[in-house]
Write a protein that binds this ligand. Structure first.
Ligand code: ADP
Ligand code: MG
Length: 281
């Protein structure tokens, strides 16, 4: 029997070379942060069974910025919940950093989720009658960080999302856009490498959506991998890759910019809002 020989792979021209004798050969493809292999998700059983994912395979690499688009009910949130370790596939494999999550128990999954993933939802899910700062400190309390350290890190996360002046405000004293930026700060405060957002602009007006997307753009520039679900074309336009979902399948996968490149709309003026100076008459 003839075995196929491994083919030499072209070396990426700009890849950092490891010192001789250290690490894997440079010709190896970088490992995806997220890998789904033929993932099927079925809710319920028998007559009532719903197949939300019907064999989804997807690799996402570090620093990518992915928008998932598709009709309501097409399986987007189901996939996001699997990527976020909030749910598990019925069939197929899901790997994070090359680790097969089916080999992990609940406790190990929770640790992975806390270390690696920041989640942002459509409904901001902030705790009322607690300041923005206290909301953002919460994940650190769960992680056992000390008071001063918690405060320092929560303040830094709120500054990143542009809320330095609103730290002592409670959710009902903030606009929807500001509340969502508190939620993003809360997702960021544990320094996750992966940010997942399920229709994060779904409850925001156009202007607040753009401000939120500018935050995501900057987080991506800072090295975070972002996967977000959206219905809106002008939100998807911020991403480097757009994946279309239909009936539990990926039906489109469009690459706009490479994972290592800058986000396509970074620093672009928003229509109707000048970057410098007053609005012309
Ligand atoms: P999307 O986010 O694209 O709107 P979902 O992933 O939420 O889609 O849902 C995909 C399909 O799975 C839909 O038919 C939905 O009704 C069904 N579904 C989602 N969650 C559940 C659940 N917990 N139990 C039963 N069916 C579900
Ligand atoms: Mg959904």
């Amino acid at each position: 029997m003839i075995r196929p020989q491994p083919q030499p792979q072209p070396q990426p021209r700009h890849a950092a070379q490891p010192p001789a004798g250290a690490g894997p050969p440079a010709a190896e493809q970088p490992q995806p942060v997220i890998r789904l292999v033929s993932v099927v998700k079925t809710y319920g059983a028998g007559e009532a069974a719903v197949q939300a994912l019907r064999g989804v395979s997807l690799d996402v690499h570090e620093r990518d910025y992915v928008a998932i688009v598709g009709a309501s009910g097409s399986g987007k949130s189901t996939m996001m919940n699997i990527i976020g370790c909030l749910d598990v596939p019925s069939e197929g494999q899901f790997l994070i950093d090359g680790i097969d999550t089916s080999a992990l128990d609940e406790q190990q999954l929770a640790v992975l989720r806390n270390r690696k993933i920041g989640f942002v939802f459509q409904a901001f899910n902030l705790i009322p009658r607690m300041t923005a700062l206290a909301n953002v400190e919460l994940p650190l309390s769960y992680a056992g960080a000390r008071g001063a350290e918690r405060r320092r890190r929560a303040e830094a996360a709120l500054r990143v999302t542009g809320l330095a002046a609103r730290m002592q405000f409670q959710p009902n004293q903030l606009s929807g856009g500001q509340q969502q930026r508190v939620a993003v700060a809360r997702a960021l405060v544990t320094a996750p490498s992966l940010i997942l957002a399920d229709e994060p602009t779904g409850n925001l007006d156009t202007r607040a959506s753009h401000e939120l997307m500018e935050v995501f753009d900057r987080l991506n520039v800072a090295g975070r991998t972002i996967v977000l679900i959206t219905h809106e074309a002008d939100v998807a336009a911020h991403a480097k890759r757009v994946i279309g979902f239909q009936d539990g399948h990926i039906v489109a996968d469009r690459r706009v910019a490479e994972p290592g490149a800058l986000p396509p709309l970074l620093g672009q003026p928003v229509q109707g809002r000048p970057v410098h100076g007053p609005v012309p008459p």
